[in-house]
Design a protein around this ligand. Structure first.
Ligand code: HEC
Length: 111
């Protein structure tokens, strides 16, 4: 019994390690049309999301949703997103590799 438990724990640990830190949200299917498959846009008029600060992306999406940031395209995109979906999208895009350089605000920035 103990052995089975250990095996199960080891398996869980291995699976947890292999899984990406943030699961890809389903909603990215829509976003990909403009912002690229992993948030790196191929067209200049669509901003690259990959590597931006998560809290900036979250803030932007909430502002599009509320109308505080006005853009007809993104207003419609964000209109039906829940807070949880916005958080997940922001975390996922922030974790993607892209050409943008966003230094850590927690001490990594060297003068
Ligand atoms: C039809 C094209 C289109 C789709 C689909 C789209 N976007 Fe956008 N997105 C834009 C455009 C255009 C802008 C720039 C708007 C502006 O000037 O404020 C933008 C801006 C943004 C920004 C602000 C980026 C910045 O640097 O300030 C975020 C965050 C964002 N989009 C996330 C999303 C997410 C998440 C989705 C999917 C749910 C999505 N977008 C779907 C076209 C699109």
């Amino acid at each position: 019994m103990t052995r089975i438990l250990f095996a199960a724990l080891a398996l869980t640990a291995a699976t947890a390690q292999a899984a990406p830190e943030v699961a890809k949200p389903d909603k990215t299917t829509t976003c990909a049309a403009c912002h690229g498959e992993a948030g790196v846009s191929a067209i200049g008029m669509y901003p690259t999301l990959a590597g931006q600060y998560a809290n900036y992306l979250e803030h932007s999406l909430k502002d599009y949703r509320s109308g505080a940031r006005k853009n007809a395209i993104m207003g419609a995109q964000a209109a039906n997103l829940t807070d949880a979906e916005i958080k997940q999208l922001a975390l996922w895009y922030a974790a993607q590799k892209g050409p943008l350089y966003t230094p850590s605000v927690h001490g990594d920035l060297k003068p």
